[in-house]
Design a protein around this ligand. Sequence first.
Ligand code: NDP
Length: 603
Amino acid sequence: MSTAAPIDRQALRTRYLAERDKRIRPDGNDQYLRLAGTSLAHYLDDPYMPVVEREPVTDHVTVALIGGGFAGMITGARLKEAGIEDVRVIDKAGDFGGTWYWNRYPGAQCDTASFVYMPLLEETGHVPTEKYAHAPEILEHSRRIGKQFGLYQGALFHTEVTDLAWDAERSVWIVRTNRGDAFTAQYVAMGTGPLHVPKLPGLDGIDDFEGHSFHTSRWDYDYTGGDASGGPMTGLADKRVGIIGTGATAVQCIPHLARACRELFVFQRTPSSVDVRDNRPTDMAWFEREVQEPGWQQKWLENFTANQSMGFRIPKEDLVQDGWTDLARRIRFRIRSLPFYKMTPKNMLAAFEDSDHEKMEEIRARAEEVVHDPETAENLKAWYRQLCKRPCFHDEYLKAYNEPGTTLVDTDGKGVERITKNGVVANGNEYELDCIIYASGFEVGTDLASRNGFEVTGRGGLTLSEAWADGMKSLHGIHVHGFPNLFILGPWQGAALISNVPHNFTESGATIARVLRHAVDHGHDEIEVTQAAQDAWIKLLLKGRGNMLGALSDCTPGYYNNEGQPLGEGAELMVGHPRGPMAHFKYLEKWRRSGKFKGLEFR
Ligand code: NDP
């Protein structure tokens, strides 16, 4: 705990609001450029694997899994374990891995501890080599899962679904793709992920740049030299490079660029909060002695999740011990320090705020301690509450600004002004560059169908966009009334566990496998949630504390709070179980183990 001077709560609130206000833009999400269909669509091309011509597929499968990332892989593995063999994965990438297929930028690593983030460790026997594994190891693990569970059989890579329609006559889904496929699937699970469509800032002149440029999720190692494993990027040794953006991606790749480039200019609109990472190799002797036992990963998963719950049944042990559990521990400590008679919601929120201020003061002090140039250190300080933006953790990021060739171009919230044929204009100055790297993130605020690239048409011609026009509606975040034999894979309306997204899939995958096994064993053709069960689930969800996004309205803009614009229709439904993630997982386990699958109709 900090021993620094007492924190002036009011002064911080005022500063945070002022920093937010200068960043709010009326165009919100429209400030970004959608690449599909524009002259810049080549930014989306796969630089890692060639697209191989193939014949269209027109057969039938039992299950189609849209998305070969963690959601699809975990669900596929659980289905195979349940004896459902005829499973086909479809993905626009050239292999398994989802985000880890695309994001191969130097320094990419998981942000949540590998022992809980990497799925199916016990099943595959893989022990992560580091507390926070790097991207090549996670990609390799994805391939391991694909091979071990037979998910490569029939998989369609470099393939994008363009249409998904329910055929009520035959009780099947018709799946159409951009490769001319038109096949049927009795069941479909959609694990399309939230952050998979790269976006660029919609800057004037973005077409005009005559140097080289790419987005971080399509890293061009042919140009930079080096490789995803950290090989030196010798191609940049004589280059002036600019990187636009300082979010979680930039924080991980900037240290590598700072070492490799002749000159690096980092164009910053809003600094990230960057706390200690403390990564280290796994001590295998410790793992074998103290961790490895049947059920170890499930134990770690539950421990990590339970340590972050705000209830009072917190495990004595904290197995992961990282920034996420530290954050939760501090908040709990503050709240528990209140005398019982003062434990009102207002005082609890104030205790939460105090704990946040204390943490952010520590993070700001860290910038001063690490960065030699006082002005740069000042400009790297984040003035918002820690959960306003994705919290970052890194041991080399701040040090990168001590490299003689690295310059932080802080724009005081205004961002880059425009792009020219020579480079980037910011703060009224033109920076001539050989290469621009866009670390500008992914589409979030766009509508689901256009982001996914396909619409889902259910029973009676009802589309998912229509069914969810005023917000998502489901049972458990998985089943949707009007869309038989369809399963949604995502955190919302389930556990809504954001600090470790794969844990959501571990539980929903197991649940879907049980439901399908039951349908197959009893000769049912259709599974659908009843309207009443779906309504009851939504009613339960709305009893909770509400969408965290509401609490972010005072935050600096970003994709967490719809770029500071009013939240869209149905935002209050993007929530999880009112009693928190662990309560949901326990409930779901009981629900599936009962074998009754209350709320579902089998036909
Ligand atoms: P983000 O959306 O978080 O960051 C985009 C960056 O671009 C921001 O710094 C943004 O500034 C900046 N930007 C946008 N427009 C301009 C402009 N005109 N001028 C200057 N800067 C601009 O994308 P990331 O790819 O960094 O991260 C996306 C998400 O992916 C993360 O939040 C995280 O969930 C995930 N991720 C996870 C990792 C992991 O688990 N290991 C690693 C990396 C990412 P501003 O903040 O002002 O909008």
